[in-house]
Design a binder for this molecule. Sequence first.
Ligand SMILES: [Zn+2]
Length: 133
Amino acid sequence: MGNNEARLITELQEQAAEVLVRHRSILDIMTKLDEYNARINRAIAKSVTFCGCIEINAKKQDFNSTSLNDMLGKMDSHIVGEICPNCKEILEQEIGAYMFFLASLANTLDFDLSGTIAKELDRTKTLGIYGMK
Ligand SMILES: [Zn+2]
């Protein structure tokens, strides 16, 4: 993670600390995170059912491969089409709001979110394919 990204995350945490008046309680923050998680999923569903810019065509994944690269090449997102600029903007707003409340959660529990992200990046790099979630 570059300095610029780390600075943005720190700034979001500082901003969240400043503007969060109504949702100070950890319970409010926890349930706001749930709400925005649902709103992210709702925005994706609306891209399919209302806008129609993307479709979801899901089926069983094929894990029978001889190599990891072969397997990765076969893994399917199950998304057909490309999300349109309008849907992308809506989704960005929901994800942004989610990140705001994640920053608030980090503030409330005294986490440095950029440090948390850096640790996760390290773990992912160290574990590589064995750390697949
Ligand atoms: Zn769309």
